[in-house]
Ligand binder design. Structure first.
Ligand code: PMP
Length: 306
């Protein structure tokens, strides 16, 4: 089935037709993975369409770029304006936004001084892991692929090259008939999903893997930690062994794309009762409540599009 694309994209300071936003085949990023990007969602809210934690996502984009010495020739405010503009021009409300900055054409060596190209795309996106998963949950497996070891490729940067790891994990899981793969770190301890952070529930407490467990420090993860603590739920960031996946009362994954997705089984073993558990449901209510107005946005996380 041919994909359909939105009409407009922002590229290097200008709005262009989607089909004209092209890149040279010798762009550095295409060969060496030297891109940094973000995934951001906008939601329909009672106050109109709003982008969720836009400035936090853009700050992380600049942090990822800093790690790789990629100089982004725009300010955060300019990229924020570009994000709003592509949503408005494409007449979208509930959308996914993809800012990307990458090393362009400018030499052939690994350390070549390349110009930075920047684009912001947007498109409509439903639940990332498939229709109905937010209610039914997914069947996950532990991947045979580990995440990157410390001091190899930094997992705290959201860089294009990192997603070779994510592709191995996600594609293996799908090939074996699972909804998503969960990776271990090089320590053999739990890390995260192919593109999602991980929460386990034990006795009404939330346990999530720490930044040192080869995870991307997720903004949804931070959102959920904040909402849980606000509601009196204890959250513990800690290393956990693989077998905790088989022992937890509840497990869910989270991310901008995955939002809050329950995990109903791991490696064929049911998690709890084999369906979304009560704390997972409450986390979903608090999270999605930010967008329908049932959860007060005390942190100014919603950035109006208009
Ligand atoms: N881990 C990985 C590897 C990811 O790609 C993502 C999605 N960006 C996440 C975690 C979740 O991060 P966030 O909540 O900031 O989208």
């Amino acid at each position: 089935m041919a994909a359909t694309y939105p009409e407009f994209i922002w590229q290097n300071g200008k709005i262009k037709p989607w089909t004209e936003a092209t890149v040279h085949v010798m762009a550095h990023a295409l060969h060496y993975g030297s891109s940094v990007f973000e995934g951001i969602r906008s939601y329909e809210t009672p106050k109109g369409p709003a982008i969720f934690r836009l400035s936090d996502h853009l700050k992380r984009l600049y942090m990822s770029a800093k790690i790789y010495d990629i100089v982004i020739p725009y300010t955060i405010d300019e990229l924020a304006a570009a994000c709003r503009e592509v949503i408005l021009r494409n007449k979208l409300t509930k959308a996914y936004l993809r800012p990307v900055a990458f090393r362009g054409l400018g030499g052939f060596g690994l350390s070549a001084e390349t110009p930075t190209e920047v684009a912001v795309a947007t498109w409509e996106m439903g639940p990332y892991l498939g229709p109905g998963v937010l209610e039914a949950g997914i069947d996950a497996c532990v991947s045979s692929w580990q995440r990157m070891a410390p001091n190899t490729i930094p997992t705290g940067a959201k860089a294009g090259g990192n997603y070779l790891s994510g592709q191995l994990i996600a594609r293996e899981a799908r090939r074996l008939g699972f909804g998503e793969g969960i990776a271990l770190a090089s320590t053999g301890l739990l890390s995260e999903g192919a593109g999602e952070n991980l929460f386990l529930v034990f006795d009404g407490q939330l346990h999530t893997t720490p930044a040192s467990a080869a995870i991307l420090n997720g903004i949804t993860r931070h959102t959920l930690i904040t909402l849980a603590r606000e509601n009196g739920i204890e959250v513990i960031e800690r290393d956990m062994p693989r077998e905790y996946l088989y022992l937890a009362d509840e497990i869910f994954m989270c991310g901008t794309a995955a939002e809050v997705t329950p995990i109903r089984s791991v490696d064929g073993k049911p998690v709890g009762e084999g369906k979304a558990g009560p704390l997972t449901r409450r986390m979903q209510q608090w999270f999605f409540g930010l967008f329908d107005g049932k959860t007060e946005d005390r942190w100014n996380w919603l950035d109006p599009v208009g």
